[in-house]
Design a protein around this ligand. Sequence first.
Ligand code: TXA
Ligand code: MG
Length: 321
Amino acid sequence: MKTRVLAAPEGLEPAAKLLAAGQLVALPTETVYGLGAAALDPLACARIFEAKERPLSDPLIVHLPDTQWLDCLARPNALAIRLANEFWPGPLTLVLPRQNLVPDLVTAGQKTVALRMSAHPVFAEVSRIYGRPIAAPSANRFGRISSTSASHVLTELGGRIPLIIDAGPCLHGIESTIVRVHEHGVEILRHGPVTEERLSQFAAVLAPRQGTLTPGSMQSHYAPETRLILLEKLGGELADKREADFPARTGFLLWSSSGKGLRFVEHLSSTQDLREAAANLYGAMRRLDEAHLELIVAERVPETGLGVAIMERLRKAAARE
Ligand code: TXA
Ligand code: MG
């Protein structure tokens, strides 16, 4: 299959038409690029699993065109409605009890459904034209690094999908925060752009419950093909240690070290800005991965605010099953 890449204005109508015809379209969101399909059409959703080589046990996030759809697909409690009003459109996904309208394939047969509304103008416009919910996981092959640009999507899924809409790099660069909504608070299943600090202004943040791990959130995820390790101690030490301790073709994903004298280096942020680091994370990881190195050494970032979400990705990238 030939994959077309179109810029936003020309691509909007064709994207909505493809969705209506049960086909796949890669679309930009404010977090990462999504691989969209008609959420209420099980055959269309099946194509997502096929294109991504994703196991059927891993449920999909459904993106709503507007809040009116919330009650059609889920049974939100008062807290869920408050969170939706506060954070939608935006990078917060709510896991809620599902309605029967949602295909089993989308929820992997569970009693809950994950819902969000994208704030990206292109995604919002395609949603408006199409007028129905869009199921969209990140636009990468299963287990690989999420795509934060159209060229990443082409590398991952070129030849497997008919259309990619190119709207440049994604604002946040990491996937949405996912929370399971309980009666009296939320449980964070995946950290993301809506930080725990921010959530706690609107809801009690409950300790993670045993056995409610995000399905599909196996340890190793977001993984480059090259082995990646996290370095606990940094600074001058990194430069001193490198020759002795690491193979010659080692890439460095740096937060605060200068990287002077190192050959394969990516800086997450020149100003130690966690937002910039999040936005650069997957692109930088991908460039190092494509350099066919023996090893990638990643520096830890501070685990405050958005740093929690970044470290969650780095740990998963470092985990080998
Ligand atoms: O930012 C994002 O959330 C992006 C953009 C495209 O919207 N999407 C995304 O989707 O990251 P995906 O499929 O790559 O990750 C969604 C995660 C998966 O780990 C899945 O297991 C989990 O959400 N999930 C989906 N439905 C769930 C449910 N009912 N309960 C718990 N976890 C769920
Ligand atoms: Mg994903």
